[in-house]
Design a protein around this ligand. Structure first.
Ligand code: NAP
Length: 496
């Protein structure tokens, strides 16, 4: 897809979108008409795709069924598995972008380095790797899991073998017969560990917290079923609605954690079925309420850990040396390669330390250690700027694509309001504060705050500023009604 980068960067666009993952592509499709096609999509990588381009580690797949983890306005009958693999999802996104004529709008290999609001011209100035441009409206679709987190372990730079993060998989490293250390046991590690276990010589897995792992029940989608999905769009819509309802019902247990006992019983049975060694089973049994961290789905993870070439260490990593890893007990593990499945930097949303308001203050500085945005999307003091995957947009129980589509209802109406009024749009300080209070009230008593774990859902202030704590319907019913009284507009004071 290197030919994507056609054309030169015009000086001004009505709408600039930053990022070309699901959120950016969805935003471009939904908002293009409103701006008469004056739309540019900036992408720092060489091709579109976001996390589904970057995370191509062995076994990468979605843990939400693809009939739901896809745009409602771009259904696909091509999925080959209930839970599509990364190459299929990436190909889907590329196809949707192509079929909707977005490729000419895409500027790949062009990172946006800063954004500044010009109050006189009522527009954003974007500094990019290829120069300066301006835009009336900006959609920030940079995701929240964009920058890999490598732990600050003593001596990490001294290791002489291959060492990489799951989202930057080194496909040139042949792990066959190698002694491999894996750090982390989150959503990514549980997918790649079963893929590499059969080929490596030995695998030492450094686990800090055992995840709750549930059966995945992935199935191939037969050619007959694919033909039916193609011929009967209503059938596809009905299946999607069913999956949606099944997942939404599970929210009850996240909101009333005592109900999680039912799932925990199933989780323990899933573990016991695959792991007969009581000592290993003990190590892999979580001591916190299910759902407090993301519930992981795998039928292969536990069986892989029960193999003789795998050793699960729970005493932590003390330091890395030239030849391997020294664990928390001071025992040296000589290894040939180290793989980090240690997740992403969620301490701040990407770019927000370089988005500046009219007074030159960054969004990150405005937020401090607990980000707040109206509907997770707009921020007081930052007009005509819309965050996809902003604060409280991530989900613990279902497809985030449905959140993006819900946000876009709001973004479309807010932009239309600004265009109609000939000025700008931003939430009032009160509306933003009220919304944050609603989030706090909705989070209170849920498993995310009472489940007895530490997770990236909670920010340094101990507040849930990552997850939407309610149902998709609940969010959508708020997003779909644009309330002018909860927003303010400013006219441009200087003619352009
Ligand atoms: P993650 O879920 O945040 O897991 C990171 C793992 O690394 C955890 O086990 C964590 O332990 C461990 N860790 C972090 N720092 C460590 C350190 N210094 N020493 C030892 N262990 C350390 O990261 P991820 O697996 O990359 O997944 C991130 C997110 O991506 C997920 O939450 C999910 O939203 C998304 N994802 C989705 C899918 C999908 O199928 N849709 C697949 C993959 C990822 P602790 O638990 O103790 O912190």
């Amino acid at each position: 897809m290197t030919a994507l980068d056609a054309g030169t960067t015009p000086a001004h666009h009505a709408l600039a979108i930053i990022g070309s993952g699901f959120a950016g592509i969805g935003a471009a499709i939904r908002l293009e008409k409103l701006h008469g096609g004056s739309v540019v999509i900036y992408e720092r990588a060489e091709t579109l795709g976001g996390v589904w381009r970057d995370n191509d580690y062995p076994g990468a797949a979605c843990d939400v069924q693809s009939l739901l983890y896809s745009f409602s306005f771009a259904p696909s009958h091509r999925w080959r598995h209930t839970f599509a693999r990364q190459p299929e999802i990436r190909a889907y996104l590329e196809r949707v972008a192509r079929e909707n004529g977005l490729l000419p709008r895409l500027r790949t290999g062009c990172a946006v380095t800063s954004l500044s609001w010009d109050p006189e011209a009522a527009r954003w100035t974007l500094e990019t790797e290829r120069g300066t441009s301006t835009a009336d409206h900006v959609v920030l679709a940079t995701g929240s899991l964009a920058d890999p987190a490598l732990p600050a372990i003593d001596g990490i730079e001294s290791f002489t073998g291959p060492m990489f993060h799951s989202s930057q998989w080194d496909h040139d490293t042949d792990l066959t017969g190698k002694r491999v250390a894996v750090v982390g046991t989150g959503a990514s590690a549980i997918q790649f560990v079963p893929r590499i276990q059969p080929v490596v010589g030995s695998l030492t897995l450094f686990q800090r917290t055992p995840p709750w792992v549930m059966p995945r029940n992935d199935r191939p989608i037969s050619s007959t079923k694919r033909a039916l999905l193609r011929a009967l769009p209503g059938y596809q819509r009905a299946l999607r609605a069913l999956i949606y309802a099944q997942r939404e019902i599970k929210l009850l247990a996240f909101r009333h954690p005592v109900l999680m006992a039912i799932g925990e019983k199933e989780g323990r049975a899933h573990l016991a079925h695959a792991v007969s060694d009581p000592a290993l089973r003990e190590k892999l049994t979580p001591d916190y309420r299910m759902g407090c961290k993301r519930i992981l789905l795998s039928d292969e993870y536990y069986p892989a850990l029960a193999q003789p070439n795998v050793n699960v260490e729970t005493v932590g990593v003390a330091r890395v040396t030239a030849d391997g890893v020294v664990d928390g007990n001071g025992v040296a593990h000589d290894v040939d390669a180290i793989i980090f499945g240690t997740g992403f930097d969620t301490s701040r949303l990407p770019l927000t330390d370089r988005i500046f308001d009219a007074d030159g203050q960054s969004m990150a500085a405005t937020w401090g250690d607990s980000p707040r945005a109206y509907l997770g999307t707009t921020v007081a003091g930052f007009p005509n700027l819309y965050l996809m995957h902003g604060p409280n947009i991530a989900l613990g129980h279902t497809s985030v694509i449905m959140m993006f589509e819900s946000q876009l209802h709001y973004v479309e109406r807010a932009m239309a309001h600004a265009i109609r009024s000939g000025g700008t749009v931003e939430p009032t300080v009160e509306a933003q504060a009220d919304y944050a209070n609603d989030i706090d009230a909705l989070t209170d008593g849920t498993v995310w705050t009472s489940g007895g774990c530490s997770s990236w859902y909670l920010d340094p202030a101990g507040r849930n500023s990552n997850l939407w704590p309610g149902s998709i319907l609940g969010y959508r019913s708020r997003a779909i009604r644009f309330d002018g009284a909860r927003h303010q507009t400013q006219p441009a004071v200087v003619s352009r």
